[in-house]
Design a protein around this ligand. Structure first.
Ligand SMILES: N[C@@H](CCC(=O)N[C@@H](CS)C(=O)NCC(=O)O)C(=O)O
Length: 211
């Protein structure tokens, strides 16, 4: 299988973590997403993934699978062990809710294409974009933290083993920490994040820092 990736991309990091947990190897193909003419907006990559986003997986049957959560679920169904969803019904629902809160309510509001669009609005500057990113990250992680606390989650999002909720939580917390946010404001999420740092599949596949 081929995986189109970018090293700073947290959505790519999610899929890399899932692959590492499963012990699945793929061919990786880097795609730039920043700068004047990023490859993800170019004709060559749009022929691969018309949405122009990474990650994108091309299966060994030549089928395109886009969207990190769909790719992770594809991998989980392709090779069910170890599972990426918890065994318990309540824990599965929590793990999925954490994953979707991060993908839909945080990450979707802060990627490069949103920053590009914001910067074209008169009066918007780099400080305004940073404030936008911080706002949605704080609001989303606060929601995730209260979900985790109300479920008494631990040691990982869905119980004893890391699952899809952890896979989405980890890169988002890496980025929040790098942005200088005080992780102690999210005690339940921060405790899980500290445990995930000790799991090689996570630690070895964090998004790279932006240069
Ligand atoms: N919902 C998508 C988001 C993918 C996404 O936004 N990827 C970012 C990198 S983390 C990207 O390709 N950004 C390019 C851009 O925003 O122009 C997923 O989960 O795969």
């Amino acid at each position: 299988m081929k995986l189109y990736v970018n090293d700073i991309s947290s959505a790519t990091s999610r899929v890399r973590i899932a692959l590492a947990i499963k012990g699945i190897s793929v061919e990786t193909l880097p795609v730039t997403i920043l700068g004047e003419n990023p490859e993800n907006r170019g004709a060559d990559y749009l022929r691969v993934n018309p949405q122009g986003l990474v990650p994108a997986l091309v299966t060994d049957k030549g089928t395109l699978v886009t969207q990190s959560i769909a790719i992770i679920e594809y991998l989980d169904e392709l090779q069910p062990n170890p599972p990426l969803l918890p065994a318990g019904l309540e824990q599965r629902a929590l793990s999925r809710a954490v994953a979707l809160t991060i993908a839909a309510e945080i990450h979707a509001l802060v990627p490069p294409r949103i920053a590009r669009r914001l910067s074209s609005i008169p009066g918007m500057d780099a400080a305004g974009i940073a404030d936008w990113n911080r706002h949605w990250t704080v609001e989303g992680l606060t929601a995730v933290d209260s979900l985790l606390a109300s479920h008494g989650a631990g040691p990982f999002v869905g119980g004893e083993q890391p699952s899809i909720g952890d896979i989405l939580l980890f890169p988002q917390m890496v980025n929040a920490e790098r942005a200088g946010m005080n992780l102690a404001q999210w005690p339940a999420a921060a405790a899980i994040y500290e445990r995930l740092k000790a799991v090689p599949a996570f630690a070895d596949n964090a998004p790279a820092p932006r240069k």
